[in-house]
Design a protein. Sequence first.
Length: 248
Amino acid sequence: MPELSIKPKEGCSLRKPTVCQSFQRLLTTAVREIDIAGQTLKIHELGDVYDSLTGRAFTGSWIWDSALLLSRWLATSQFDLRDKFVIELGAGAGLPGLTAALLGASRVLLTDIAPLLPGLVKNVEANELEDRVEVRELVWGSEESLSRIGELRRFDVVLLSDVFFDLEEVAALGRTLKKVSGNKTRVLAASEVRFWTGECLNELASQGFKVVEVPIQEDGSDGGRDIFAVYSIIPPDEEECQKNTSGS
Ligand SMILES: C[S@@+](CC[C@H](N)C(=O)[O-])C[C@H]1O[C@@H](n2cnc3c(N)ncnc32)[C@H](O)[C@@H]1O
C-alpha cells in the first residue's frame, strides 16, 4: 500500500479560519450513518482505493461536507424529487444521489470515474436501493462515456457536490452538463466556497449557464455555513445547447 500522505490541499484558503478537509481526513475504510428525513443512509468511505499515478487516495473516496449540505438541503427544502429521473456527476461516495432515491426519485444514476464505481455499487447495495439506483462511469468531457449513458437530456435533476475545484475540469464538466440537461432540467450544486470557486462559476457562465445562489438556512439547520453555498445552475436553452455542443 502506498504511504499515506495527508497534506493540506494546495492553495487551501478559506474565508474564515478552519481546517482544510484533506488535513482532517483519516484514510481508513469506514461506514458512516447519515440521517436523512427520518431514515438512515449507510455510506462506506474507502481508504483503500489509490490513484496509481499519484499514490494518493481518490478524492471521491469519502463524503465531502458539500455532499452533507446538499443532502440536507434536498431533505429540508420544498424541492420535490418524487418520480424524478436524477443523475449525479462526480458522485464520489454517492450521498446526494442516494438521498434523492430516499426522497422519492424514481431513478438515479450515480456517475464518476471507473475506480470509484465499486464503492458506489457497495453504497447502493448497503442501502438496498438497487431497484432505483444505477452506477455508471461518466468522465466529464468524454464523448465515449457519454455515449454509454445513452439517456442524454432526459434527466429532471442533475446533482453536483464539491466539483468546482479546477478550471479545466469545470470546462469539461460544463460540456457534459449541457449534454445531460434538457431545457427543463434542474441542476443543483453544493460547494465549499474557495478562492477559485468564482472562477469556476464564471467558466460555466461563459458556456451559457446562469448561476444563482440558493438561500440556505442561516442557523445551519440544513447543514449550511458561510463557507458553503448551494447553487441553481440553469442550462442554456436547448437550441443553444445543441449549437454549442455539436461537434464538441
Ligand atoms: C471533491 S470530490 C467530491 C465527491 C462527492 N461529490 C462529494 O461531495 O462527496 C470530486 C469528485 O469529482 C470526481 N471527478 C473529478 N474529475 C472528474 C472527471 N473528469 N470526470 C468525472 N468525475 C470527476 C472525482 O472522482 C470525485 O468523486
